[in-house]
Design a protein around this ligand. Sequence first.
Ligand code: SF4
Length: 227
Amino acid sequence: MDLRTDLVGAWRTRQAHFPSEITFYYPNRTAAISLTGVHCALNCAHCGGHYLEGMQPVEIAAEQAATGKGAAARAKSCLISGGCDHDGRVPVTAKLEAVKKLRPGRRFNWHVGLIGQDDMEAIAPYVDTISFDFVGDDATIREVYGLDRPATDYAETYRALVSRFSVIPHVTIGLRGGEIGGEFEALGMLRELGLESLVFIVFTPTPGTRYADRRAPDLPRVAEILV
Ligand code: SF4
């Protein structure tokens, strides 16, 4: 079957299961907060810590919330993120006092990485949603994150998170430098594990990273995965 036929079939499926509406959210009162400032132990091939530079260190955000001045004070919601340690975990409890100061009146969406049970317990009172980067291929994990962890570790962490939180898995199409490497496997694993929503991200090369000279995946390949 060619892609055009698949697209028509996928559209019919969409029409059969969802209303003819699309909702856009503009998170212009969401503060992006880093628990580690601009520091990250992983230096991933697609990011290299670059995206931390656009986030606010949690101590500064907490200070703004306390004084009622600054972007964080106006925020209705926060992305609580940060760099990772060498095991692919965001140190979610390292700045918990600052997180608590920021919490009143705000919804929190966390990036946690390969979090353990104790850390889940510690942050539970401050979680509304978890955004979880899901990867379905061992070689992609090694190449992109430099982590010697199998894809089943991502599945186990996801399973543990889903048992207690609202979790939105994120699948990056073309994560392996623009190549398709495990996206279908990731979707198959998620179908087994269960999910209520899903975010797709499409790889874009970022200057200053190891993948700076790669190309974004071809759109027909992206469409094939979405279908
Ligand atoms: S762990 Fe996150 S912040 Fe660190 S380099 Fe990788 S994607 Fe970027």
